[in-house]
Design a protein around this ligand. Structure first.
Ligand code: ZN
Ligand code: ZN
Length: 611
């Protein structure tokens, strides 16, 4: 057996409401909270329900000085955040915590968490945390927490909810609470994994440990439709399909006592044995520790790449609007109200021609189309929309509103997702939020400087573009990396359509598109630019250099301005974690930029002497 690298401990396993008492003593009565540690000791806590309180106490008793940790919140329903006001490490000065959660359209994560600590409900406010606490609003994507790679995925729940896939030391742990099967037939234990459930399977694919909401059984389910939770049968099915190794059933229903959980588990294990399945299933118990070792021959990175959010990337912020093509007037009213409640503009259409006209005028974040023939043919509308989209990358997501899913026709005409009738307004709102957030573009291209022509003439006259690496510049980037303790330092030159690196320390690429270039902003401003956390900056949050390799979280760049005044590029330092730069550091970065300019000027002077 390989060496244990990742350690997981359950601190809360109950769903919805704390359920202490003799009948829940074995599996536990506290609500959701899981602790995960990598071999290197990086501490991540997923959800902080009431179980988080005891975890906080343990951390404090182990010596709290300079405690560093990360809390990932799946969603802000009480049973997932109620432990935060009681989480002692947040109240101790000198500790540093990062709290992450799904980005809402209106409130920030911090505002929502502050809400449960208003004086009406709680005597202490969020501002009284003595630790340094940073809040991060997440959308779908991938980012790093030290040595842990985190991928996020929207789940199917009446609140905007993220599932987390954590990968470290060759081990993948996936946490999905709370989540309901997309296709309802799956929750009753029938049907095939397809559509959005297939994407869910991809997200949990080959997890060494999957921690999954399993609040109901197939038998309970018909009475709990749309409540946002899974049946055990669905979780087992999707886990088998996705070749999950170990499955921890959690978010136990408050009505399910220890004996009932035992019976449920025994039933599942019997069925699995009969089917000769290798899936290892257990019911998560409060206090339980699971130690994980990497399994051989597993290409995690490859799988992760496959389910990366399809971020439609388009420079510049887009106005949010939603197109509605709904014949049923009551349904149209419900949906338009749900959309407007998010502060999003609505446009209505009734036929494909109208839809195309509207899309051409102002690309919407989303189109919701009803399919109820012969009254309204949503499939035909979707086909017509797709026919006029020449750019596959920037397709408008089309959600089909129908009485049932028709996967095969849907796939042919290009349906992105389904909204199955009947649905509650809250459910529709969550779906709309998830889709609009997926398409909300937070990436701005730098403005072209006014002296662009002159600038390009000056740059090209240097004859430096596409030349071989040169130690004079590599020395500067090496120094910058060491000085600021960052993994990446660059001398970047902004050409007409690209940025090209004369020196790139810690980066294998030699150039990127100009649209993605942070340094192009520095060139436009002709001033140093510091971005402490790209996730929080609407100019960069969805930039491909942020959402993909090299996953820039921090950037600081100083302009390279030639003697004749032309600004040709930037010297920059980059980190994969958020940080700041003090005034004196900035002065040093400027000094290094000046050194780079000197070297550039020397080269061109020599060339003039000896052309
Ligand atoms: Zn819950
Ligand atoms: Zn919930």
């Amino acid at each position: 057996m390989a060496e244990v690298t990742v350690r997981v401990q359950f601190w809360g396993t109950r769903g919805s409401i704390p359920t202490p008492g003799p009948s829940t003593a074995r599996y536990g009565g506290n609500t959701s909270s899981v602790e995960l540690r990598s071999a290197r000791g990086t501490l991540v806590i997923v959800d902080c329900g009431t179980g988080g309180r005891a975890l906080g106490q343990k951390l404090m008793s182990a010596g709290a000085n300079g405690l560093r940790g990360h809390i990932l919140i799946s969603h802000t329903h009480w049973d997932h955040i109620q432990g935060i006001p009681f989480f002692a490490p947040l109240f101790a000065a000198g500790n540093e915590w990062d709290i992450y959660g799904p980005k809402g359209l209106g409130q920030s994560l911090r505002e929502t968490l502050a809400g449960q600590m208003q004086y009406t409900y709680f005597p202490v406010t969020l501002d009284q945390f003595a630790a340094t606490v940073r809040y991060h609003d997440l959308v779908e994507g991938t980012f790093d927490i030290d040595d842990i790679k985190v991928s996020t995925r929207y789940l199917n729940h009446p609140a905007l909810t993220l599932g987390y896939r954590l990968e470290a030391d060759g081990v993948a742990v996936v946490y999905c609470c709370d989540h309901e099967a997309h296709a309802r037939v799956l929750a009753t234990g029938h049907g095939d994994i397809a559509g959005q459930d297939l994407r869910h399977a991809e997200f949990i694919h080959r997890a060494d440990l999957l921690i999954h909401d399993a609040q109901y059984t197939a038998e309970d389910y018909p009475a709990k439709l749309g409540w946002g939770h899974s049946s055990v049968e669905y979780v087992v099915k999707v886990s088998q399909y996705a070749k999950v190794k170990r499955l921890a059933l959690t978010h136990h229903d408050p009505l399910r006592d220890d004996d009932a959980i035992d019976r449920l588990l025994a039933g599942i294990r019997t069925t699995l044995k009969e089917n000769a399945s290798t899936l290892d299933v257990f019911a998560a118990a409060e206090g339980q520790i699971v130690e994980l070792a990497p399994s051989a021959a597993k290409d995690l990175a490859h799988r992760v790449g496959e389910f990366r959010a399809e971020t439609p990337i388009e420079p510049g912020l887009i106005e949010r609007s939603v197109l509605l093509g709904i014949a049923d007037t009551r349904m149209a009213a419900t949906l338009s109200e749900a959309v407007r409640a998010e502060g999003i503009h609505v446009n209505f259409f009734l036929d494909a021609a109208e839809a195309r006209k509207l899309i051409a005028k102002d690309r919407p974040s989303l189109a919701i189309v009803e399919h109820d023939p012969p009254r309204i043919d949503g499939m035909e509308t979707c086909r017509a929309i797709r026919e006029h989209e020449n750019d596959r990358e920037h397709r408008v997501p089309v959600v089909m509103l129908a009485a049932q899913e028709d996967q095969s026709t849907g796939a042919t005409v290009g349906v992105t997702d389904w909204l199955i009738k009947p649905f509650s307004a809250a459910y529709a709102r969550t779906k709309i939020r998830a889709w609009v957030l997926r398409t909300a573009c937070r990436w701005m291209r730098a403005t072209i400087p006014r002296d662009e022509e002159r600038r390009l003439v000056a740059l090209r006259a240097l004859k430096i573009l596409d030349t071989q690496p040169d130690d004079r510049f590599d020395r500067i980037t090496r120094l910058a990396s060491a000085l600021f303790d960052v993994p990446i330092a660059l001398v970047s030159l902004i050409d007409q359509k690209r940025q090209w690196f004369k020196s790139c320390y810690g980066l294998s690429m030699r150039e990127t598109s100009r649209d993605a270039a942070f340094c192009a902003h520095v060139v436009y401003d002709r001033e140093p630019m510091i971005v402490p956390d790209t996730f929080l900056d609407t100019r960069f949050a969805d930039n491909p250099l942020v959402t993909n390799e090299p996953r820039i979280r921090f950037y600081a760049g100083c302009p390279l301005i030639l003697d004749d005044g032309a600004c040709i590029g930037s010297l920059c330092v980059i980190d994969t974690r958020p940080r700041s730069l003090e005034g004196s550091d900035l002065a040093r970065l400027r000094d290094l930029a000046d050194l780079a300019v000197q070297e550039i000027e020397t080269i061109s002077a020599v060339r003039e002497l000896d052309p």
